[in-house]
Design a protein around this ligand. Sequence first.
Ligand code: AMP
Length: 398
Amino acid sequence: MKIFVINAGSSSLKYQLIDMETEKVMAKGLCERIGIEGSKLTHKNPAKDLEVKIEKPMENHTDAIKMVLDALTDGKHGVISSLSEISAVGHRVVHGGETFSKSTLITEEVKKAIEDCSEFAPLHNPANLIGINAIEQAMGKDIPQVAVFDTAFHQTMPKEAFMYGLPYEYYEKDKIRRYGFHGTSHRFVSAEAAKVLGKKVTELNIITVHLGNGSSVAAVKGGKCIDTSMGFTPLAGMLMGTRCGCIDPAIIPVLMNKYNLSADDINNIMNKKSGVAGISGVSSDFRDLDKAAAEGNERARLALDMFMYQTKAYVASYAAALGGVDAIVFTAGVGENSPEVREGVVKGMEFMGIKMDTEKNKVRGTVDVTAADSKTKILVIPTNEELMIAKDTAELVK
Ligand code: AMP
């Protein structure tokens, strides 16, 4: 079975074609600048070690999908001879609100529900829907499509974890609550961690630490999420690449009044100009921060220290929420590639039975970096959201 995985953004579209027998990526790529001048498709065929760039106008997502389908079936750089080889399409959908607690086959009703959730993710859900409709137009209505939601895994959180201390009516009327994001990644790495440990996920308390451009931590009890650091939007939690993370909410009206800022202005500052980039003044990229800090840049050092400290605070509080932790799992761009950040997060937690082997920690890939005398396992596991989406899709269309 071959599954086509799509992650549609407002002007971009990422895709992978995955062979479910081998779980290998047959082709992957990216359409950029859809609807803007200079549209480009970058298509990769890993088996042939081929990369092609096709610059051609893409007026909309349907144009983009058609170009991708042509690339997949192309005689030279393609990987299938006919579109009928594709069994189903899996879509990443950002927000499923309280409606979706797991992945689902897409019907007209499901599309309407995704649209209804757009008020929670105005930049993402409409783009995800455009991707779904574009597939329908390019491949016909009969191809099964599945929606896999970033928020779904976190729907098991108890009310005391997902409610905010605002008047209750804002929850009842407006569904203002914590939703959490990166759910597909947290679900994937917690399941992989159980495999690495040779146990059932239902027997384990796991803290998953997804550190990338956006970052979040999740407390996973017996395979179910009981708390996570992102909130109503992905702005909450620790400071991130350019997002401020949790701050005292009273700062917002103070800055708005003092600098005559609109709601959009302050939102832009908190989402795009803050985080480790705002603190360091150097970059949102952790490689640049590492380099600057090594060269003596104090604000880059501070940004890294704040990031590790805030992440540590989530890990420690979730260890308490779980009543003890069997494994801590690091994943995503920074979690998989930065030994310094991993070490900084767990440093000082020896009193809780959490101890890292700093020598083992110097490597990459799926690794166990636990010290011999640690009670809690510390693992590094590369995330693979596309494979998780493909697995859910295959499961639902079987
Ligand atoms: P992601 O959002 O998961 O794609 O992660 C992107 C982040 O991973 C960027 O901030 C990168 O700087 C960071 N990253 C990638 N490679 C490394 C590395 N070798 N060391 C530190 N950070 C890295």
